[in-house]
Design a protein around this ligand. Structure first.
Ligand code: SAM
Ligand code: SF4
Length: 433
């Protein structure tokens, strides 16, 4: 079933791919995602494009390559009059870069596009325990931080293979506030092998006591190519079952909502009204320019992935060749379905007016006439979603189903893309799942 629903074929890029990227960028406002594929070590269940590198010389060369790639896009898209409205750096570990390196990236973007001079980054707690490092990042344009706390339980941190301690996380949060960051998210993980529902609730109790604006809770995905997969396969350690998963989802919802954190996504809970650390909307809905080794981009009509080899990425950008390894066309119908899935199953709410603004057509005209509308009717009958005059929203009953849908999507699409493209730098064709 997943094989059919999520099937996508990426073809090796050629010169026509770059024209396609240009041609399919129809909106004036876009987001930029910058991938930093380096880590100090690899966590047991990490499914992303990441390599153990913390040599400053390699990082410095990589930042030069990022600048080169931004300039290539600056040239390609020069006449489109684009405006960058959001810049995120993810990883890997963006907090391995210095403030000055982020400033260089921001000023290169500003040379090429109309843009803002602020960047949101993912950070690892062990990088932010030194106050002066945090001030350095803030002084050079870092305004939002998503900190990978994962757990306040030392045993869970060990099970995930994390390098940092609970104290490191607490100190990093304090440092971020001291340095004036007023948009702090912390990432937490549940469904950790061996974790009980009590362990998870205790973790959440500590999380809500922290001075943070958002708490994002991810169920742990265990993919075949992560280092911990074999441990789980050999049953040395097992993940909580589906029943516990469901209990954990609703425990998260109830505990965080009762402590002043409003659900803003199925994963994210915010106590800063109107703010959430956004990444998934741009990835799913576009337009998003993906920059860096292993970055994925989506223009709205074309989805692409950059080579996942660091050396090939650097070589390609230094040779003035855009480092796209694979791309595929996305029809407007597929994009509309992607948007609907993202709004309903991730953001919990689809507003007809937002849909109309994005697609210049009525939701009912586009989705109502597609095969996807039968699926929505079924979800409505099951009371997983509910219509209201201005849109459709996810119900409490539907929350767990939304988690299952997203779990299936993430394992079968982005995780599979990473896995395949990490095998070969420039494959001819990749079919996922
Ligand atoms: C792209 S990672 C990078 C962030 C940063 N390097 C870190 O680990 O703190 C962003 C978030 O993904 C989540 N994550 C990592 N491994 C995961 C897994 N196997 N399943 C679900 N979420 C995961 C973690 O909460 C992490 O903070
Ligand atoms: S979870 Fe974060 S720190 Fe750990 S390997 Fe993945 S990207 Fe690196």
């Amino acid at each position: 079933m997943a094989k059919k629903v999520f099937k996508a074929v990426f073809k090796k890029a050629d010169s026509s791919t770059f024209e396609t990227i240009q041609r399919t960028l129809k909106e004036k406002e876009l987001a930029v995602y910058i991938h930093i594929p380096f880590c100090r070590s690899i966590c047991l269940y990490c499914p992303y494009v990441r390599y153990v590198v913390h040599d400053p010389k390699v990082i410095s060369k990589y930042v030069d390559a990022l600048e080169a790639e931004i300039r290539l896009y600056g040239n390609l898209l020069r006449d489109l009059d684009l405006s960058i409205v959001d810049i995120h750096a993810g990883g890997g570990t963006p907090s391995l870069l210095s403030g000055e390196q982020f400033e260089r990236i921001l000023s290169t973007l500003a040379e090429c596009f109309e843009t803002k001079s602020e960047i949101a980054i993912e950070a690892n707690p062990e990088d932010l325990t030194d106050e002066s490092r945090v001030f350095d990042l803030v002084d050079h344009g870092v305004t939002e931080v998503s900190l990978g706390v994962q757990s306040f339980n030392p045993q869970m941190l060990r099970r995930l293979g994390r390098r940092h301690s609970v104290e490191d996380s607490i100190r990093s949060i304090e440092n971020l506030r001291q340095a004036g960051v007023n948009r702090i998210n912390i990432d937490m993980m549940y469904m950790i092998p061996g974790q009980s529902i009590d362990d998870w609730e205790r973790d959440l109790e500590i999380a809500v006591e922290q001075d943070v604006d958002e708490i994002t809770c991810y169920p742990t995905l265990i993919t075949e190519y992560c280092p911990g997969y074999r441990l789980v396969k050999k049953r040395k350690i097992s993940q909580p079952n589906k029943r516990t998963f469901k209990k954990m989802v609703y425990a998260t919802e109830d505990l965080l909502s009762s402590r002043g954190f409003e659900p803003v996504e199925i994963y994210g809970y915010s106590r800063k009204h109107g703010w959430k650390y956004v990444t998934v909307n741009y990835e799913m809905e576009g337009p998003l320019l993906g920059i860096g080794c292993g970055a994925m981009g989506f223009t709205g009509g074309c989805e692409y992935v950059n080579t996942c080899s660091v050396s090939e990425y650097i070589r390609s950008t230094f040779n003035e060749k855009i480092p796209v390894a694979g791309a595929r066309l996305v029809s407007s119908k597929e994009r509309a379905i992607r948007y609907t899935v993202c709004r309903l199953f991730v953001c919990r709410d689809l507003k007809f007016e937002d849909f109309r603004l994005k697609f210049k057509e009525d939701f009912r005209n586009v989705i109502g006439r597609s095969s996807f509308s039968g699926f929505l009717t079924l979800l409505r009958l099951l009371r997983y979603i509910q219509g209201y005059p201005k849109g459709i929203r996810l119900t409490r009953k539907g929350l767990f189903t939304a988690h299952l849908v997203c779990w299936a999507f993430v394992s079968n699409v982005p995780c599979r893309i990473c896995e395949e493209y990490m095998k070969t730098a420039w494959p001819t064709e990749v079919t996922i799942p």
